[in-house]
Design a protein around this ligand. Structure first.
Ligand code: HEM
Length: 474
């Protein structure tokens, strides 16, 4: 009998403890009496509101997860994602404040899945190094002096090849073009003579990043790990080869990083491999998403294609030598094209937010966000705000003619802001503009099928986007 009594007491104690724990989870306390936590819900213990955030949305509009919570709680609210307490903000003032607090009360944070797989997103001197090496190979100087004609060449070659095929799945085809081009820039990778299709493995890795982090055979996450290992192992082999022949100089990204090993202590063989992997990740996925969305939106808006074509045909007409390659001045004269790109970046919201971890309590408008919490700055909310961008879901490149630079700088942040602003912004714009230049001046294309938008919350296209490409003068 006494055993039953003991058993009942244990069950009662366990129930009290679990209930208290759930209550504490749902109503986290903040240590300061100078403010309260933003309103919101912490969802279920451990998983928080992760499932709701990952429910796909089939529109370019703000994800319903954010929309519903802003309506219920206001522009700054709390939630929990993969077990982490998070504050999400759609408030422009708060977002700008947090961006300027980088290195003071906040630091860069990525979902643990990202940090484990992409450990190179550094802080302090490591961040400065990554930024500088990326800028010296993909910044404005390099684009003007070296990259523009090379991008033109790869685009010409790619479009020529597409025009010989019955149909092209654009996400796959653009990813493959960007992957091969970026690796060529980094260490002279020759995709045509490479036995393996590494770009496919890399695409699988990216796909798995946003899946549930369950590393057991059969899961997407497990496959993601496996594919990442294979790409890293290939890169490690190349780095080893270069280290073994230090006298050969090719002047590429890898040579630069190996040279810097003499002065930067953190630059180990492993770090360089991770660095190249990280830059590759930052390059090929977002630009290919932008290219696919551009073609999807243009397919639905033939009048915009006409205006775009007129701009590029005028560039060709005004050329002294019709065979010369695209010049920097010509690129800079593409006003309408750059408006099209801005409009795609605004609607695409390829980066669904900027992620930061609080290192010192933040006080803002009566709220307190304790150290250790994470912050997501929901930049898409600014880019889809009807007060700034009338009829925000409409694809209207002409709206950019009437926007002043102050409004743009405060409300348009596809490449982030502050000291962490994207080091590849100019390169990305130049790549897309060059692609459009060749496409609309030399080719025509028709959509065959697909192009259905899905946000998970990263932008994707269900079933891809299939197009048919043909040369204009054939
Ligand atoms: C459409 C294409 C791209 C988009 C939308 C994009 C977006 C972004 C965003 C939003 C950030 C800021 C992240 C943060 O503050 O948390 C960022 C940072 C960064 N991006 Fe990009 N990016 C693109 C292309 C590229 C390319 C092509 C490169 C490389 C050449 C690149 C390299 C970087 C680097 C190195 C950083 C970190 C900068 C730092 O921490 O100082 N990005 N990018």
């Amino acid at each position: 009998m006494w055993l039953v009594g003991v058993w009942c007491s244990v069950v009662a104690l366990a129930t009290i403890l679990v209930t208290r724990w759930i209550q504490k989870w749902r109503n986290p306390s903040c240590s300061s009496n100078e403010g309260v936590l933003p309103p919101g819900s912490m969802g279920f213990p451990l998983i928080g509101e992760t499932i709701q955030l990952l429910i796909p949305s089939r529109s370019l509009d703000l994800h319903p997860f954010i929309k519903n919570r802003v309506q219920r709680y206001g522009p700054i609210f709390r939630t929990s994602v993969v077990g982490r307490p998070v504050v999400m903000s759609t408030d422009p003032k708060f977002n700008h404040y947090v961006i300027t607090e980088e290195g003071k009360s906040v630091e860069l944070w990525y979902l643990d899945t990202f940090s484990k797989m992409l450990p190179i997103y550094g802080v302090g001197s490591i961040q400065k190094y990554i930024r500088n090496i990326a800028l010296s190979h993909f910044g404005v100087e390099s684009i003007r002096e070296r990259l523009l004609p090379q991008v033109e060449q790869i685009v010409q070659k790619t479009l020529r090849s597409w025009s010989t095929q019955k149909s092209v799945e654009l996400k796959h085809a653009t990813s493959s073009m960007l992957f091969d081009f970026t690796l060529k820039q980094m260490f002279g990778y020759d995709s045509e003579n490479s036995p393996e299709k590494l770009s496919d493995k890399f695409a699988n890795f990216v796909h798995g990043l946003m899946s549930l982090p369950l590393n057991i055979p059969g899961t997407t996450y497990h496959k993601c790990h496996k594919d990442q290992k294979e790409v890293l192992s290939m890169m490690r082999g190349i780095v080893k080869e270069r280290l073994a022949s230090p006298d050969k100089h090719r002047g590429d990204f890898l040579d630069h990083a190996i040279q810097d090993m003499k002065t930067e202590n953190f630059l180990t063989e492993d770090f360089i491999v991770q660095l190249m992997f990280g830059i590759l990740f930052g390059t090929f996925e977002p630009i290919s998403a932008v290219l696919v969305l551009t073609l999807k939106l243009l397919s639905d808006h033939p009048l915009i294609v006409e205006e775009l074509t007129a701009e590029h045909e005028a560039i060709l007409r005004n050329r002294h030598n019709p065979d010369s390659s695209l010049s920097w001045d010509e690129y800079k004269s593409m006003t309408f094209t750059l408006n099209v790109i801005n409009e795609v970046l605004r609607l695409g919201n390829v980066a669904p937010g900027l992620l930061r971890r609080v290192t010192k309590d933040i006080k803002f408008n009566g709220y307190i966000i304790p150290a250790g919490w994470d912050i997501v700055l929901v930049t898409p909310a600014l880019q889809l705000n009807p007060e700034t961008f009338k009829d925000p879901i409409a694809f209207n490149p002409s709206r950019w003619k009437g926007l002043d630079s102050y409004t743009i700088s405060k409300n348009f942040m596809p490449f982030g802001g502050g000291i962490r602003q994207c080091a590849g912004a100019d390169y990305s714009r130049a790549f897309v503009a060059t692609f459009l230049h060749i496409l609309v001046s030399k080719y025509r294309w028709t959509k065959i099928k697909g192009g259905n938008i899905v946000r998970k919350p990263i932008l994707d296209f269900e079933g891809g986007l299939e197009i048919e490409v043909s040369e204009k003068n054939k």
